[in-house]
Write a protein that binds this ligand. Structure first.
Ligand SMILES: [Zn+2]
Length: 317
């Protein structure tokens, strides 16, 4: 038997073209609504509870089951996604990194998105990063520029090689303190909004999360600081996971709980820790359609909203 489940992941869903950040890569609200109309016609949108119920083999999922997941705890999800899900009577699963909200910080990955969203070409951004590294070479132990270009300069699934190189340098390739210093400098220059104010505008508030929870939306863990868990020691992984669990408890999030690994990063330690904490489902970023009879339910693959958008375009011919 095959128990197929199409899990779709979303990040930004907002009006982008007319906004302050027209270069932001995300999904326009109008296209999101079209996706919901498509899903209503061709799939049965299910909840995390439905999926967990089907993992024990007692209940089956409806044919063409789809689960909608929303990463990173953006205020977009309350402002634009939540009302449309209610309109179509669909459930959603929202994966929140609690740290940036609790501490009014902005995640490094989001700083990169909005610097790019402000219209800075990737080529000039890359030159600025290397120039900043030269300026800071007395303070940090950097490797030669060619090393980084060779090791990290390959294209990703949705980003070209230059973009991926900038992202990798600022997300993990450079020493942590240097990454922060360079990124903060670029963020101040191109976005120019104080981090705490920007954080409040970008992410959900705890009140909004509670409101969505009360309306039957699933709230899941996306770690605490949105760290690459597979790069951390067992002890530091445990801290990240347990701090997120603390927020699930504080926010009275009903079980079953689910976990979405930040950046798709996990290892055997991560899996044993989240199982111990009682999480029932886990999501990475490897692309594909899940099969509950075949896949490890703690590492389910997902499709990106871009993949669904391509399917819809093809169907429209
Ligand atoms: Zn994320």
């Amino acid at each position: 038997m095959h128990e197929e489940l199409t899990v779709i992941k979303y990040h930004y869903v907002r009006p982008i073209g007319d906004s302050r950040y027209p270069g932001l890569k995300g999904l326009e609200v109008s296209l999101f609504e079209k996706q919901l109309q498509y899903l209503r016609k061709h799939h049965a949108v299910v909840s995390v509870g439905d999926v967990v119920g089907a993992t024990g083999g007692k209940r089956r999922l409806p044919g063409k089951a789809a689960l909608l997941t929303f990463d990173d705890g953006y205020s977009d999800h309350f402002n634009f996604v939540f009302p449309l899900l209610r309109k179509y009577g669909m459930a959603g699963a929202f994966y929140v990194p609690f740290g940036p909200i609790a501490e009014n910080k902005v995640m490094g990955i989001n700083k990169i998105h909005f610097i790019r969203g402000a219209g800075v070409p990737m080529g000039s951004l890359l030159r600025e990063v290397f120039a900043a590294m030269r300026g800071l070479s007395a303070k940090y132990a950097f490797r030669p520029e060619t090393y980084y270009r060779e090791k990290y300069g390959s294209a990703g699934r949705f980003d070209d090689a230059q973009t991926m190189l900038v992202k990798r340098l600022l997300q993990f390739a450079l020493p942590a303190a240097a990454r922060r210093e360079i990124l903060d400098r670029l963020f101040a220059k191109y976005v120019g909004v104080a981090e705490s104010a920007f954080s409040r505008e970008l992410y959900l508030t705890f009140e909004q999360i509670a409101c969505m929870r009360d309306d039957g939306m699933h709230i899941g863990s996306h770690g605490y600081e949105h760290a690459w868990l597979n790069t951390l020691s067992r002890d530091r992984q445990r801290k990240q996971i347990d701090r997120s669990v603390g927020w699930l408890v504080r926010l009275k999030v009903p079980r079953p709980w689910s976990f979405c690994y930040p950046h798709g990063g996990f290892n055997a330690t991560t899996l044993s820790l989240v199982r111990e904490r009682g999480f029932k489902l886990g999501f990475g970023v490897q692309p594909g359609i899940a099969d509950l009879d075949r896949d490890d339910t703690m590492v389910l693959p997902r499709l990106d909203t871009n993949d669904l958008q391509s399917t819809i375009r093809r169907a429209a011919g």
